[in-house]
Design a protein around this ligand. Sequence first.
Ligand code: ADP
Ligand code: ZN
Length: 530
Amino acid sequence: MGEATNERPTIEDARASLAEHFGYQNFRAGQERIIQAVLDGRDAMAVMPTGAGKSVCYQVPASVLGGLTLVVSPLISLMADQVHALKQAGIRGSFYNSTLKPHVRPEVLRRALAGWYDLMYVAPERLADPDFRDFAAKANVPLIAVDEAHCVSQWGKDFRPAYQEIAGFVSSLPVRPPVVALTATATGRVQQDVRNLLGLQDPVVEISGFDRPNLLLHSYELTPKKRELWTKNYVLRHPNDVGIVYATTRKKVDDIAEMLRDEGVRVAAYHAGMSDADRTKAQSAFVNDDVQVMVATNAFGMGIDKSNVRYVINCGMPQTLEEYYQEAGRAGRDGEVSECYLLWSRGDIRTCHFFIDNTEFAPDMSWDEQNLLRKHRERLLGEMIGYAMSTSCLRARVLRYFGQRLEVGVDGCGGCSVCLDETPATYLRVERASKAVEKLRKPVRRGFADDDDVWVHDGADEELFQRLRVLRKTLADEAHVPPYVVFSDRTLRAMVRRRPRTQEELLEVPGVGEVKLERYGQVFLDELAS
Ligand code: ADP
Ligand code: ZN
């Protein structure tokens, strides 16, 4: 926990905190550069794909810097959960947004000033509140983190006007703390906006590799009818796996959800046409593993850090490759092998053009600006179509879009439908023949460098893994947190493989830190021994 010391914490202090709170021995390369910059008092910008570990970049500094780190985030409905998850790791968090009743707000600020918290999530709109400004001027703020920083840009799809007030807030503080901006959105225009509009000063910029080696990428052309059938088959064949199905309209979301429900699948639906309460209910059912499949429009997902999503199926084509990769990227955050299917049709392409032609622009936008923006969107759509139809490696293609080169040898990347030479039909046929699929998906070692997992699990392992999952669900329900907050799938897999017998051995498992060892260690050791 953050102790106020006169000396600046070092990267070694930060590493010790990473081990204690998160159970990892080393930072990933990108994380280390960002955290070093922040500890040196410099601004920083982290452009990293979903799952790369952005939150560690401010949570660990918050735990060693002393004072109160402010985290600006657009994800108001998730803040309470995030604070809850931090508590499980032994970090003292709080949040400040419009969901707090007005009479509670002064109390939260009073506690923050009294040093109760290491970190506070705050909605961008609250930065303009006079009460909050007074508070911030008095508080010792060693760091401001701006999460989902692309929301500052009108060129992104998540534009949030209040983000443009952040720079003013930062400069209104008596002492300007370092600012770290984090985003998974990588196009040049948005990056430029993040630097300029947030007023970053000579930032250390870390743009991490966008490759997600544990994601298997597939693109199939299928008519709407066929793709719904395909989806049903897939879901029924993977009854132990958690997945997300994206559809393009509210009606299709409801239809697909109903189709799956009729088959006895535990499923939730999520789209903008539902009430806030229903959406929140659907979201927590999914996050808490109470349902197996979430069927949703693209309104669902930003900031959902559920780590055990094993597949994402897009029934229909998103308008940009960036949006597609973000949606697909919600699979496999824990580093386990996960599947991403893009099921598209020619009709989707026509619909996308139609949407662009009929975009409603802000009334103060000139004709020229509107045209420019329309052209820009057509170009982005062109990239999306190019990916869907690609006859060369899909992984290389999407990485090239993000400005990164991937060298694929004669054997291909080993993880996309082009390199694996599959079609939807071969996939189902091979599945039906139920072991040849292992051959199709060669157990390539894919994952981050810190990952020592092997991807083939035998039957006995699978049974133990399922038992640990059940145990995890019970503990999570008792603690009122989502299961992945207790331990990720990847951590459970590592337990199964290593079979630790003592507390010391359990502590060696990636994802088991001292805080969680104390809380859950013995129960898991007992289950592993039985
Ligand atoms: P992001 O916010 O970039 O999508 P998260 O912060 O949710 O990513 O982290 C993704 C996953 O990676 C989490 O399960 C997290 O515990 C894990 N992780 C983060 N940092 C490390 C690390 N240094 N070593 C191993 N795993 C890590
Ligand atoms: Zn490939």
